[in-house]
Ligand binder design. Structure first.
Ligand SMILES: [Zn+2]
Length: 273
């Protein structure tokens, strides 16, 4: 912006000097006549003139408008408590308390059976599944949702036994560090079931639709492609996290791909030593 202003100002000075200044020193002596006389600077002058009033009224409404819609203040959300809809859980941020158990309801849209989630998520999911079905002909199918601390401990130790801890840590959360324990995370496919739990899900109609539209229903794809150094997990196009429409919309608008970036948190590539 500054460069543009400088260039425009320089252009005005140059046209002012070149047009009338060189041959007739009178023009420089009388700036009043020089300005209206030159027909060319007029349109140039109108652009900075237009930007001035445009910028002027902005400061007035901005202060009143900023707090709510522009960018939700991170401090407006509780990202620390396990029961908060905006809680951020990752390898550096264990769930508080570690054995937190949320209020749960059975998923009301298509599911594997016995899948439990927070009621807020269930309502948003039902609407999203309906919208997805209307758009691409299949709804969402939940095949994994709430997992308690003990279940996560079982799963994790199973992965460690099979692949070793380093490898296990890239795909499975340690107990007390899983978003699934919040009741705010679901693993989904389309009702067609294509590419379930595989990265090729991201290239299916369902995976693409969710990547583009989940934010409209308060969800984010929690572990985007190529951001393991921030989230600590490889790309999981099937893992959706409910954060509420206000946060998901704000992230969509700002382009923040992860909750860590959105809330200004340090990256969580691994467990703190
Ligand atoms: Zn998951």
């Amino acid at each position: 912006m500054r460069r543009v202003v400088v260039v425009v100002a320089a252009a005005l000075v140059l046209t002012g000097c070149g047009a009338a200044g060189a041959p007739e020193p009178t023009a420089t002596a009388e700036p009043t006549t020089a300005e209206p006389t030159t027909a060319e600077p007029a349109p140039a002058a109108s652009s900075p003139a237009a930007s001035v009033p445009a910028a002027a009224p902005e400061p007035a409404p901005t202060p009143s408008a900023t707090p709510a819609p522009a960018e939700p203040d991170a401090s407006a959300f509780d990202i620390d408590t396990g029961a908060s809809l905006q809680v951020v859980v990752n390898k550096r941020r264990p769930l508080q308390p570690p054995d937190h158990r949320p209020e749960l309801v059975a998923v009301s849209s298509a599911q594997e059976g016995g899948e439990l989630v927070r009621p807020e998520l269930d309502a948003a999911l039902a609407a999203m599944s309906q919208a997805m079905r209307a758009a691409i002909g299949e709804g969402t199918f939940v095949f994994s949702s709430y997992r308690g601390y003990e279940r996560q401990a079982e799963l994790y130790s199973g992965y460690v036994a099979r692949y070793g801890q380093a490898e296990a840590d890239t795909t499975s959360a340690r107990p007390g560090h899983s978003e699934h324990q919040t009741g705010l995370a679901i693993d989904v496919s389309g009702t067609g079931g294509a590419c379930r739990l595989a990265t090729c899900f991201g290239d299916t109609a369902a995976g693409r639709w969710l990547a583009e539209h989940a934010w409209q229903h308060g969800f984010v794809v929690r572990y985007p492609r190529g951001l393991e150094h921030i989230t600590g997990y490889e790309w999981e196009p099937w893992h959706l996290r409910y954060v509420g429409v206000e946060v998901s919309t704000s992230m969509h608008e700002s382009g923040a791909a992860t909750l860590e970036e959105h809330f200004g948190l340090e990256p969580a590539p691994d467990y703190a030593p």
